[in-house]
Design a protein around this ligand. Structure first.
Ligand code: KIV
Length: 298
Protein backbone atom coordinates (compact mmCIF):
# COMPACT_ATOMS: atom_id res chain seq x y z
CA UNK A 1 0.00 0.00 0.00
CA UNK A 2 1.36 3.46 -0.86
CA UNK A 3 1.64 6.41 1.50
CA UNK A 4 2.34 10.06 0.72
CA UNK A 5 5.08 11.92 2.64
CA UNK A 6 3.84 14.31 5.33
CA UNK A 7 6.16 17.30 4.93
CA UNK A 8 5.73 20.18 7.40
CA UNK A 9 4.48 23.43 5.84
CA UNK A 10 7.03 26.23 5.73
CA UNK A 11 5.37 29.61 6.19
CA UNK A 12 7.73 32.58 5.87
CA UNK A 13 8.49 34.21 9.22
CA UNK A 14 7.68 37.65 7.81
CA UNK A 15 4.29 36.67 6.34
CA UNK A 16 1.86 39.34 7.51
CA UNK A 17 -1.81 38.68 8.15
CA UNK A 18 -2.72 42.36 7.64
CA UNK A 19 -4.54 43.00 4.36
CA UNK A 20 -2.32 44.52 1.68
CA UNK A 21 -3.24 48.07 0.69
CA UNK A 22 -2.22 50.57 -2.00
CA UNK A 23 -0.39 52.83 0.51
CA UNK A 24 1.55 49.80 1.77
CA UNK A 25 2.56 48.89 -1.81
CA UNK A 26 3.77 52.47 -2.40
CA UNK A 27 5.66 52.31 0.90
CA UNK A 28 7.31 49.04 -0.14
CA UNK A 29 8.57 50.70 -3.32
CA UNK A 30 9.86 53.69 -1.33
CA UNK A 31 11.67 51.44 1.15
CA UNK A 32 13.02 49.12 -1.55
CA UNK A 33 11.17 46.08 -0.09
CA UNK A 34 10.62 43.50 -2.86
CA UNK A 35 6.94 42.97 -3.72
CA UNK A 36 5.92 39.32 -4.21
CA UNK A 37 3.18 38.69 -6.75
CA UNK A 38 1.93 35.36 -8.07
CA UNK A 39 -1.04 34.13 -10.07
CA UNK A 40 -3.79 31.86 -8.72
CA UNK A 41 -6.87 30.41 -10.41
CA UNK A 42 -8.83 28.43 -7.83
CA UNK A 43 -9.61 27.94 -4.13
CA UNK A 44 -6.76 25.54 -3.20
CA UNK A 45 -4.29 27.72 -5.09
CA UNK A 46 -5.56 30.73 -3.14
CA UNK A 47 -5.11 28.90 0.16
CA UNK A 48 -1.50 28.10 -0.79
CA UNK A 49 -0.56 31.65 -1.78
CA UNK A 50 -2.35 33.07 1.26
CA UNK A 51 -0.43 30.74 3.58
CA UNK A 52 2.85 31.55 1.80
CA UNK A 53 2.29 35.23 2.59
CA UNK A 54 2.51 36.81 -0.88
CA UNK A 55 1.66 40.49 -1.36
CA UNK A 56 -0.36 40.51 -4.60
CA UNK A 57 -2.38 37.73 -6.25
CA UNK A 58 -3.32 38.01 -9.91
CA UNK A 59 -6.05 35.89 -11.45
CA UNK A 60 -4.26 36.08 -14.78
CA UNK A 61 -5.76 35.39 -18.18
CA UNK A 62 -2.91 32.85 -18.32
CA UNK A 63 -5.72 30.71 -16.84
CA UNK A 64 -6.67 30.12 -20.48
CA UNK A 65 -3.52 28.02 -20.84
CA UNK A 66 -2.78 26.80 -17.30
CA UNK A 67 -6.23 25.59 -16.25
CA UNK A 68 -8.42 25.64 -19.38
CA UNK A 69 -5.94 24.01 -21.76
CA UNK A 70 -6.02 26.57 -24.58
CA UNK A 71 -2.82 27.26 -26.51
CA UNK A 72 -2.97 31.05 -25.95
CA UNK A 73 -4.59 33.51 -23.55
CA UNK A 74 -6.95 34.87 -26.21
CA UNK A 75 -9.95 32.49 -25.96
CA UNK A 76 -10.72 32.85 -22.23
CA UNK A 77 -14.09 34.48 -21.68
CA UNK A 78 -15.04 37.12 -19.17
CA UNK A 79 -17.52 34.83 -17.39
CA UNK A 80 -14.84 32.13 -17.11
CA UNK A 81 -12.42 34.64 -15.58
CA UNK A 82 -15.08 35.79 -13.12
CA UNK A 83 -15.85 32.22 -12.06
CA UNK A 84 -12.15 31.52 -11.37
CA UNK A 85 -11.68 34.87 -9.61
CA UNK A 86 -14.63 34.22 -7.25
CA UNK A 87 -13.04 30.90 -6.24
CA UNK A 88 -9.70 32.62 -5.53
CA UNK A 89 -11.46 35.34 -3.51
CA UNK A 90 -12.97 32.67 -1.21
CA UNK A 91 -9.49 31.44 -0.30
CA UNK A 92 -7.78 34.81 0.23
CA UNK A 93 -7.66 37.16 3.19
CA UNK A 94 -4.50 39.27 3.14
CA UNK A 95 -3.02 39.63 -0.36
CA UNK A 96 -4.19 42.37 -2.74
CA UNK A 97 -6.39 40.66 -5.37
CA UNK A 98 -6.11 41.74 -9.00
CA UNK A 99 -8.35 40.43 -11.81
CA UNK A 100 -6.99 40.34 -15.36
CA UNK A 101 -9.27 41.87 -18.03
CA UNK A 102 -9.43 39.21 -20.76
CA UNK A 103 -9.04 39.92 -24.46
CA UNK A 104 -12.22 41.42 -25.92
CA UNK A 105 -13.55 42.67 -22.57
CA UNK A 106 -12.27 46.25 -22.79
CA UNK A 107 -11.04 47.09 -26.29
CA UNK A 108 -14.30 48.46 -27.71
CA UNK A 109 -14.76 51.53 -25.53
CA UNK A 110 -14.00 53.12 -22.16
CA UNK A 111 -17.59 52.29 -21.16
CA UNK A 112 -17.06 48.60 -21.95
CA UNK A 113 -13.83 48.65 -19.91
CA UNK A 114 -15.54 50.29 -16.91
CA UNK A 115 -18.40 47.78 -17.09
CA UNK A 116 -15.97 44.84 -17.13
CA UNK A 117 -13.86 46.25 -14.28
CA UNK A 118 -17.00 46.81 -12.18
CA UNK A 119 -17.93 43.14 -12.59
CA UNK A 120 -14.48 42.06 -11.31
CA UNK A 121 -14.94 44.23 -8.22
CA UNK A 122 -18.67 43.78 -7.49
CA UNK A 123 -19.17 40.13 -8.49
CA UNK A 124 -15.72 38.64 -7.85
CA UNK A 125 -14.48 40.81 -4.97
CA UNK A 126 -11.29 42.09 -6.63
CA UNK A 127 -9.32 45.00 -5.18
CA UNK A 128 -8.10 46.05 -8.64
CA UNK A 129 -7.92 45.01 -12.29
CA UNK A 130 -5.03 44.59 -14.72
CA UNK A 131 -5.12 45.82 -18.28
CA UNK A 132 -2.73 44.61 -20.98
CA UNK A 133 -0.92 46.81 -23.46
CA UNK A 134 0.29 50.35 -23.99
CA UNK A 135 -0.62 53.03 -26.51
CA UNK A 136 -3.52 55.47 -26.55
CA UNK A 137 -6.38 52.97 -26.14
CA UNK A 138 -5.13 51.09 -23.05
CA UNK A 139 -4.14 54.42 -21.44
CA UNK A 140 -7.62 55.80 -22.09
CA UNK A 141 -9.25 52.62 -20.68
CA UNK A 142 -7.00 52.77 -17.60
CA UNK A 143 -7.88 56.43 -16.99
CA UNK A 144 -11.61 55.71 -17.34
CA UNK A 145 -11.51 52.76 -14.93
CA UNK A 146 -9.45 54.71 -12.38
CA UNK A 147 -11.97 57.57 -12.62
CA UNK A 148 -14.73 55.06 -11.89
CA UNK A 149 -12.91 54.37 -8.61
CA UNK A 150 -11.19 51.08 -9.45
CA UNK A 151 -7.39 50.75 -9.14
CA UNK A 152 -5.66 49.59 -12.33
CA UNK A 153 -2.39 47.74 -12.89
CA UNK A 154 -0.78 48.25 -16.32
CA UNK A 155 1.18 45.65 -18.33
CA UNK A 156 3.74 46.45 -21.04
CA UNK A 157 6.56 44.67 -22.91
CA UNK A 158 5.45 41.21 -24.03
CA UNK A 159 1.65 41.35 -23.86
CA UNK A 160 0.40 37.83 -24.72
CA UNK A 161 -3.13 38.96 -25.76
CA UNK A 162 -1.60 40.83 -28.72
CA UNK A 163 1.49 38.65 -29.21
CA UNK A 164 0.64 38.07 -32.88
CA UNK A 165 1.01 41.80 -33.54
CA UNK A 166 4.29 41.78 -31.55
CA UNK A 167 5.75 39.00 -33.73
CA UNK A 168 5.10 36.09 -31.33
CA UNK A 169 6.06 35.21 -27.76
CA UNK A 170 9.43 36.97 -27.75
CA UNK A 171 11.30 39.50 -25.65
CA UNK A 172 10.44 43.13 -26.38
CA UNK A 173 12.44 46.37 -26.15
CA UNK A 174 15.60 45.06 -27.73
CA UNK A 175 16.01 47.93 -30.19
CA UNK A 176 16.27 51.60 -29.23
CA UNK A 177 12.95 52.39 -30.99
CA UNK A 178 11.12 49.51 -29.33
CA UNK A 179 12.58 50.47 -25.94
CA UNK A 180 11.39 54.07 -26.44
CA UNK A 181 7.90 52.78 -27.26
CA UNK A 182 7.79 50.73 -24.05
CA UNK A 183 9.02 53.70 -22.04
CA UNK A 184 6.34 55.96 -23.55
CA UNK A 185 3.62 53.35 -22.87
CA UNK A 186 4.72 52.85 -19.26
CA UNK A 187 4.78 56.58 -18.57
CA UNK A 188 1.37 57.05 -20.22
CA UNK A 189 -0.14 54.31 -18.04
CA UNK A 190 1.39 55.90 -14.94
CA UNK A 191 0.03 59.26 -16.02
CA UNK A 192 -3.40 57.65 -16.54
CA UNK A 193 -3.40 56.74 -12.83
CA UNK A 194 -2.23 53.09 -12.73
CA UNK A 195 -1.10 52.11 -9.21
CA UNK A 196 1.53 49.63 -10.50
CA UNK A 197 2.74 48.14 -13.76
CA UNK A 198 4.01 44.77 -15.01
CA UNK A 199 7.07 44.71 -17.28
CA UNK A 200 7.13 41.37 -19.14
CA UNK A 201 10.09 39.94 -21.07
CA UNK A 202 12.22 43.03 -21.59
CA UNK A 203 16.01 43.37 -21.18
CA UNK A 204 17.12 43.74 -17.54
CA UNK A 205 19.13 46.89 -18.31
CA UNK A 206 16.09 48.57 -19.88
CA UNK A 207 13.83 47.51 -16.99
CA UNK A 208 16.33 48.89 -14.47
CA UNK A 209 16.53 52.21 -16.27
CA UNK A 210 12.77 52.59 -16.71
CA UNK A 211 11.86 51.39 -13.25
CA UNK A 212 14.17 54.04 -11.73
CA UNK A 213 12.06 56.66 -13.53
CA UNK A 214 8.68 55.24 -12.53
CA UNK A 215 6.91 56.54 -9.43
CA UNK A 216 4.62 53.50 -9.24
CA UNK A 217 5.82 49.99 -8.32
CA UNK A 218 7.15 47.98 -11.27
CA UNK A 219 6.57 44.23 -11.10
CA UNK A 220 8.81 42.21 -13.42
CA UNK A 221 8.42 38.87 -15.16
CA UNK A 222 11.47 38.28 -17.31
CA UNK A 223 12.59 41.85 -16.60
CA UNK A 224 15.60 41.12 -14.39
CA UNK A 225 16.24 41.86 -10.71
CA UNK A 226 16.24 45.69 -10.67
CA UNK A 227 12.48 46.23 -10.45
CA UNK A 228 10.25 46.64 -7.39
CA UNK A 229 8.79 43.14 -7.38
CA UNK A 230 8.46 39.87 -9.26
CA UNK A 231 5.52 37.87 -10.57
CA UNK A 232 5.46 34.26 -11.75
CA UNK A 233 2.65 32.05 -12.99
CA UNK A 234 1.62 29.57 -10.23
CA UNK A 235 1.71 26.57 -12.59
CA UNK A 236 5.17 27.52 -13.90
CA UNK A 237 6.83 27.95 -10.52
CA UNK A 238 5.27 24.78 -9.12
CA UNK A 239 5.79 22.65 -12.23
CA UNK A 240 2.10 21.91 -12.87
CA UNK A 241 2.54 21.92 -16.62
CA UNK A 242 4.50 20.02 -19.21
CA UNK A 243 7.78 21.42 -20.56
CA UNK A 244 10.16 23.91 -18.99
CA UNK A 245 8.27 27.12 -19.91
CA UNK A 246 9.86 30.48 -20.62
CA UNK A 247 13.51 31.39 -19.93
CA UNK A 248 12.48 33.57 -17.01
CA UNK A 249 10.79 30.80 -15.00
CA UNK A 250 12.44 29.27 -11.93
CA UNK A 251 10.79 26.03 -10.87
CA UNK A 252 10.33 25.41 -7.12
CA UNK A 253 8.45 22.09 -7.30
CA UNK A 254 7.38 19.40 -9.76
CA UNK A 255 3.74 19.04 -8.78
CA UNK A 256 2.56 17.56 -12.08
CA UNK A 257 4.97 14.66 -11.44
CA UNK A 258 3.80 14.41 -7.81
CA UNK A 259 0.14 14.46 -8.89
CA UNK A 260 0.75 11.77 -11.50
CA UNK A 261 2.62 9.61 -8.98
CA UNK A 262 -0.18 10.00 -6.42
CA UNK A 263 -2.94 9.03 -8.87
CA UNK A 264 -0.86 6.14 -10.25
CA UNK A 265 -0.30 4.81 -6.70
CA UNK A 266 -4.06 5.03 -6.03
CA UNK A 267 -4.77 3.16 -9.29
CA UNK A 268 -2.29 0.42 -8.27
CA UNK A 269 -3.94 0.08 -4.85
CA UNK A 270 -7.43 -0.23 -6.38
CA UNK A 271 -6.25 -2.81 -8.89
CA UNK A 272 -4.41 -4.85 -6.24
CA UNK A 273 -7.38 -4.49 -3.84
CA UNK A 274 -5.20 -2.91 -1.14
CA UNK A 275 -7.49 0.14 -1.12
CA UNK A 276 -9.80 0.66 0.68
CA UNK A 277 -8.37 -0.79 3.90
CA UNK A 278 -10.31 -1.57 7.10
CA UNK A 279 -9.57 1.98 8.37
CA UNK A 280 -11.56 3.46 5.44
CA UNK A 281 -14.68 1.33 6.01
CA UNK A 282 -17.89 1.84 8.05
CA UNK A 283 -19.24 -0.91 10.33
CA UNK A 284 -22.78 -2.06 11.19
CA UNK A 285 -23.85 -3.73 14.41
CA UNK A 286 -24.14 -7.55 13.94
CA UNK A 287 -27.74 -7.58 15.25
CA UNK A 288 -28.75 -4.85 12.81
CA UNK A 289 -27.14 -6.80 10.00
CA UNK A 290 -28.99 -9.95 11.09
CA UNK A 291 -32.30 -8.00 11.28
CA UNK A 292 -31.63 -6.61 7.80
CA UNK A 293 -31.06 -10.13 6.43
CA UNK A 294 -34.20 -11.41 8.16
CA UNK A 295 -36.30 -8.57 6.72
CA UNK A 296 -35.04 -9.40 3.26
CA UNK A 297 -35.75 -13.14 3.68
CA UNK A 298 -39.33 -12.44 4.84
O1 KIV B 1 -1.95 36.40 -17.14
C1 KIV B 1 -0.93 36.40 -16.45
O2 KIV B 1 -0.59 35.43 -15.77
C2 KIV B 1 -0.11 37.61 -16.46
C3 KIV B 1 1.20 37.58 -15.72
C4 KIV B 1 2.21 36.87 -16.51
C5 KIV B 1 1.66 38.95 -15.34
O3 KIV B 1 -0.48 38.58 -17.05
Amino acid sequence: MSTLPNTPIQVPADASSLPMTLPRLREMKRLGEPIVMVTAYDYPGALAVERAGVDIVLVGDSAAMTVLGHDSTVPVELDEMLMLTKAVRRGLKSPFLVGDLPFGSNEISDEQAIGTALRFVREAGCDAVKLEGGGPNPASRARAIVRAGIPVMGHVGLTPQTSTALGGYRAQGRTAENARRIEAEALALQEAGCFAIVFEAIPSALAAELSGRMEIPVIGIGAGPSVDGQVLVFHDLLGIREGMGAKFVRRYASLLDDMTAGVAAYADDVRSRTFPGPEHAYSIDETELARFRATRAA
